[in-house]
Ligand binder design. Structure first.
Ligand SMILES: NC(=O)c1ccc[n+]([C@@H]2O[C@H](COP(=O)([O-])OP(=O)(O)OC[C@H]3O[C@@H](n4cnc5c(N)ncnc54)[C@H](OP(=O)(O)O)[C@@H]3O)[C@@H](O)[C@H]2O)c1
Length: 284
């Protein structure tokens, strides 16, 4: 198995494939899933303060015995932690929870609150070596360009919902001038059966002796997306990374590109997000 990397606009190489730990309940379950994944060759974990399982990620990295610098850890700040001064304190607490002295990639999780103040502290954290790369998640409104204009250090990535039914081609065009990479959340549609059972995936799965999910994940890789499907199922964790020994043809990639329907699985407007998600304050 030979994993692939994406070179970010700050020159760092991120493993293109990893494990997402959203909705894995608690540190113990998270540690178990991460350890399984690391032992199967995963070298990238995507967590967030809001997932309330960063300690489990940090414990798994330590227990794995793999040198810290060989595992890429991404985490995300919640809007309740945004603001100059406040964000610096939040980053220090995050380092404590993860049990590490640096974070590979730190993202602003949501596009509301004092994100400009937070970004200044994130830039400071890069200068101080506490964080290596910085980026955004869910900035799809004009707030993306607002932040890009204000930023001294340009974001390296934008993490958004992205899968064959919602391929983000327009957003990708907006990122080109900044050299930002796309990270796909809900890469397999959060497990949506209609998406997973599309005929094209079943046909290609038979051709390549892979599963439908592996075909979708391989499509992400060839699209250049950074991808980290969530799983706690050992067989799924094993299968999901087993996508580096075959290649979809140009025609097959085009057939999958034709599935783009502009259909999202997460449908909250920005105002609804501000109203609902804005009330949540993750525990330390
Ligand atoms: N920035 C954001 O706002 C945001 C939002 C959502 C997600 N994310 C990130 O993106 C990651 C992935 O998104 P997600 O977890 O929501 O959705 P996902 O990875 O698209 O789908 C996860 C679902 O698919 C199932 N699954 C995984 N592998 C499978 C396989 N080989 N065959 C069949 N089913 C399989 C999982 O169940 P099992 O556990 O049973 O395998 C789970 O129910 C998250 O963990 C998180 O790191 C970020």
């Amino acid at each position: 198995m030979k994993q692939t990397y994406v070179t970010l606009n700050d020159g760092r190489n991120i493993p293109q494939f990893g494990l997402g730990v959203y909705m894995i309940q608690g540190d113990e379950n998270t540690k178990t899933a991460c350890l399984k994944a690391i032992r199967m060759g995963y070298r990238h974990i995507d967590t967030a303060h809001a997932y309330q399982n960063e300690r489990g990620v940090g414990d798994a990295v330590k227990e794995s015995g793999i040198p810290r610098e060989e595992i890429w850890i991404t985490s995300k700040l919640w809007p309740s932690e945004y603001g100059e001064g406040k964000t610096t304190a939040a980053i220090d607490k995050m380092l404590d929870r993860l049990g590490t002295d640096y974070i590979d990639l730190l993202l602003l999780h949501q596009q509301f609150g004092d994100y400009l103040g937070a970004w200044k502290d994130m830039e400071r954290a890069v200068r101080e070596g506490k964080v290596k790369s910085i980026g955004l998640s869910n900035f799809e409104s004009k707030r993306l360009e607002e932040l890009l204009t204000a930023a001294e250090i340009k974001p390296s990535v934008l993490q958004v919902e992205c899968h064959p039914y919602y391929q983000q081609n327009e957003l990708k065009k907006r990122l080109v001038p900044y050299g930002m990479a796309i990270e796909s959340w809900y890469p397999i549609g959060h497990g949506d059966e209609t998406l997973l059972n599309e005929k094209i995936f079943t046909r290609l799965a038979q051709k390549y002796r892979k599963s439908n999910v592996q075909i979708i994940l391989r499509w992400h890789i060839q699209e250049g997306n950074i991808v980290f499907p969530k799983s706690t199922n050992p067989q799924h964790i094993r299968d999901n990374i087993d996508i580096f020994d075959f290649e979809l043809t140009v025609e097959e990639m085009e057939e999958i590109q034709a599935l783009d329907k502009g259909v999202r699985f997460f449908n909250m407007s920005l105002a609804e997000q501000e109203a609902h998600l804005g009330k949540f304050v993750p525990a330390d």
